[in-house]
Write a protein that binds this ligand. Structure first.
Ligand SMILES: Cc1cc2nc3c(=O)[nH]c(=O)nc-3n(C[C@H](O)[C@H](O)[C@H](O)COP(=O)(O)OP(=O)(O)OC[C@H]3O[C@@H](n4cnc5c(N)ncnc54)[C@H](O)[C@@H]3O)c2cc1C
Length: 433
């Protein structure tokens, strides 16, 4: 099987790169062995919340400039700060084109979202269904609501309404708590270990159950400026809650729950759908296992074939490859007893991780060195193998080295900026080729 591009990894970075390449007329296959980080995330995408010295970022563009000084190996710095900002705008525009509307923009700066335990966190782009607050003049949240009805599903334990209610009350909002159930939800609740956000949504999204929810919320609407629920409804349809809000005359919004993340899973599914609608070939539950190089000529090494679990005898051949397999969490990186290894190509790492004892720190509150491990690249995001760039391999997303997405709060931004950078480099022939 031959394609213009084979993308390895079906997370935010892999899909963004693949869809962009399809839009430019390239034939594209994407293989992915499992769920991506989106399924465990908030569903909001962070651009850059903190600098490496811990200072919060108030203005994204100023933050980028400071980041480049403090952390020249960060992917934004490697790509270039002007270029990173431009690619972030390109990503915002692409989501509009892909009919996947998200609130927030680089130009507006960060807005706030709530964590599952009610912590207010800055972010860049959020689902339109997520409860968010703009930054007020004092730098704190500006809530356009005064009274909130907070509706939990009875027996749902991955959400803490009391904590959320007390946090919102501390911001001056008047909160009434309610719980809701249906006969079908009661049956599902009989299996408590499966009573998780995504499974609840599968029940609640069914027409009869959704109508019961609608009636329940309708009764609360007159006494509420906002109807708030845990993110356990509207799994497949991003239009369901906007339509419900219009019907009730009051906004219905969601707060992320503990994993699995409905908002993240929905975004991942949406990207898969856009990819397929543009003619992409999806190979789910397939793992890239190995590769072969083309016969060595005078130029840089080129990958000629990719061997996968499902295509061991019939390797995937492509003019270009994009590697977006994520970090340790998604097994793009593997920790062996004495070394860290990029799992598919054994690419060069951005920095020497040192001895095993140096990979982690004892206290979970300390900076964890392993979180910034990743592969070496250059401004074109070429992958490197034994000291030299590979002519036809770009790397994107969390697999990139030189940054700690947790400490800096920049995971979603790096995934998108690097995905669009990789696509652009392929389309314009930039890089080691
Ligand atoms: C638990 C968690 C929560 C997070 N929450 C947030 C958040 O709220 N906001 C934010 O901005 N960032 C968050 N991040 C950071 C997150 O990593 C990035 O935002 C982004 O989603 C990463 O996308 P990615 O495409 O680079 O990698 P991933 O999402 O990790 O996707 C990699 C994909 O590659 C596949 N894969 C791996 N190896 C192979 C192989 N050999 N063959 C085929 N497929 C393979 C995996 O199965 C996976 O589907 C979070 C990260 C984690 C781990």
């Amino acid at each position: 099987m031959r394609f213009d591009v084979v993308v390895i990894g079906g997370g935010l970075a892999g899909y963004a790169a693949a869809i962009r390449l399809l839009e430019a007329g390239k034939s594209c296959a994407l293989l992915s062995m499992g769920q991506s980080a989106l399924h465990f995330s908030s569903g909001s995408l962070d651009f850059l919340n903190y600098l490496p010295d811990g200072r919060p970022v108030a203005d994204f563009r100023e933050g980028l400039a400071e980041l480049a000084e403090l952390s020249p190996g960060h992917p934004y710095a490697l790509i270039g700060i002007e270029e990173s900002a431009r690619l972030a705008l390109e990503a915002e525009e692409a989501f509009r084109r892909w009919e996947t509307p998200l609130s927030g923009s680089l130009a507006q700066g960060s807005h706030f979202r709530l964590s599952p335990i009610g912590k207010l966190l800055p972010t860049w782009l959020s689902s339109r269904d997520a409860l968010v607050a703009e930054k007020g003049p004092d730098g704190g949240p500006h809530w356009p609501y005064r009274s909130v009805s907070l509706v939990n599903v009875e027996g749902f334990v991955d959400f803490y309404p009391e904590i959320i209610a007390s946090k919102l009350a501390a911001y001056g909002l008047k909160v009434q708590e309610r719980s809701f159930t249906t006969p079908d939800l009661e049956i599902a609740r009989g299996n408590p270990s499966e009573f998780r956000s995504v499974n609840i949504a599968r029940v609640l999204d069914q027409k009869d159950n959704f109508n019961l929810l609608k009636d329940f919320l309708r009764a609360l609407a007159p006494s509420s400026d906002l109807l708030l629920m845990p993110a356990c409804v509207a799994l497949n349809d991003g239009e369901l809650l906007p339509k419900l809000s219009a019907n009730l005359g009051k906004p219905v919004k969601l707060v992320p729950t503990l994993a699995p993340s409905l908002l993240g899973a929905r975004l991942n599914r949406r990207l898969a759908r856009v990819f397929l609608s543009k003619g992409g070939v999806l190979m789910p539950k397939d793992e890239a296992l190995g590769f072969s190089f083309a016969e060595k000529g005078s130029g840089p090494a080129r990958i000629s074939a990719l061997f996968t679990q499902n295509h061991e005898d019939m390797p995937l051949a492509a003019t270009h490859y994009v590697l977006a397999t994520g970090g340790f969490f998604s097994q793009g990186l593997k920790a062996e007893p004495t070394r860290i290894r990029e799992a598919v190509f054994d690419l060069d790492l951005a920095e020497n991780p040192g001895e095993r004892a140096q990979w982690t720190r004892e206290s979970v509150f300390q900076r964890q060195p392993y979180l910034s491990f990743g592969v070496k690249t250059d401004s074109n995001l070429d992958g490197y193998w034994r000291g030299a760039p590979i002519a036809n391999l770009k790397v994107a997303g969390t697999l990139l080295g030189g940054f700690d997405p947790v400490r800096l709060g920049c995971g979603g931004g790096v995934a998108l900026v690097s995905a669009f950078r990789a696509a652009r480099a392929i389309l314009s022939g930039e890089g080691a080729a």
